[in-house]
Design a protein around this ligand. Structure first.
Ligand SMILES: Nc1ncnc2c1ncn2[C@@H]1O[C@H](COP(=O)(O)OP(=O)(O)O)[C@@H](O)[C@H]1O
Ligand SMILES: [Mg+2]
Length: 252
């Protein structure tokens, strides 16, 4: 792979449906993600973002094109609206992936305890998801994906359901965790600000069938003070204009 890329997506096409009634979803998508970097994928609702993440997670295969992932990394995935098990406690939800991997019980307890501390969930070990705020539930979900120590973390609109302040707090937490764990992270979002704050690379997708409108280099992402900087606003505006130009006005 050129310049050592962690993930390399080359000319990927995807459609759903039968031969007669084909619905084209992804149109010739190509981009690459460097190791230990963050990539934000942004595009209008329904354009194919979740479908693209499914391909990256290996849950679906493209019709044509290839997805090359360097090495054989452990992959943590937070799917859209993929909630926690309501009948399991915080500890049980976080440990789920480790139980599935048949890790021994003491080791699981140890790891889960560290994550609970890292995520600011101390004291909530035995709570059920319904007893937690939305932000806390998302922290549990993030802890669950992190428990397996993924080299790649894939997240589909992980913060979309949260209020603005909780969302910003979790964006900060995510950046701190990303840095500390040396992961390669991919975040799907429909929020311009979130894409600019979190993504070292921002892949801007068009309306469906999704094409790559632009790949934006955004090395400032990762700096917690970026959100207040003029450069941040400029980049957000640039993305807004890009997405607006592509908008065919069919939606209101
Ligand atoms: N399994 C499926 N079969 C058929 N159509 C699907 C399937 N999954 C998603 N779609 C359709 O594909 C389009 C893209 O969906 P999705 O990838 O979820 O978009 P996004 O995440 O950007 O909102 C939508 O029109 C959706 O209805
Ligand atoms: Mg989606």
């Amino acid at each position: 792979m050129p310049n050592h890329m962690m993930i390399d997506i080359r000319s990927v096409n995807l459609s759903y449906g039968t031969e007669n009634e084909k619905k084209e979803i992804l149109n010739n998508i190509s981009f690459a993600i460097k190791p230990h970097s963050t990539c934000a994928i942004i595009g209008p609702s329904g354009c194919g973002k979740s479908s693209l993440l499914f391909l990256l997670a290996g849950l679906r295969q493209p019709d044509t094109g290839t997805i090359v992932i360097d090495g054989d990394p452990r992959c943590g995935t937070m799917l859209q609206n993929y909630g926690l098990f309501p009948w399991k406690t915080v500890v049980q939800n976080i440990g789920l992936g480790l139980i599935l991997r048949k890790m021994n019980k003491e080791k699981i307890a140890e790891k889960v305890a560290v994550l609970i501390e890292e995520m600011g969930l101390t004291g909530f070990d035995d709570y059920f998801p319904s007893q937690l705020s939305g932000g806390m539930q998302q922290r549990v979900a993030l802890a669950r994906s992190l428990a397996i120590e993924p080299e790649i973390l894939l997240m589909d609109e992980p913060l979309s359901s949260l209020d603005a302040l909780t969302r910003e707090r979790l964006q900060n937490l995510f950046l701190q965790i990303h840095k500390k764990k040396q992961m390669t992270s991919v975040i799907v979002t429909h929020s311009i600000e979130e894409a600019v704050f979190l993504g070292n690379t921002i892949v801007v997708l068009s309306e469906r069938p999704a094409r790559v409108l632009q790949i934006v280099d955004n090395p400032q992402a990762g700096d917690l003070s970026y959100r207040g900087q003029e450069h941040f606003y400029k980049r957000c505006n640039m993305l807004r204009n890009l997405l607006r130009e592509d908008d065919n006005g069919e939606k209101t």
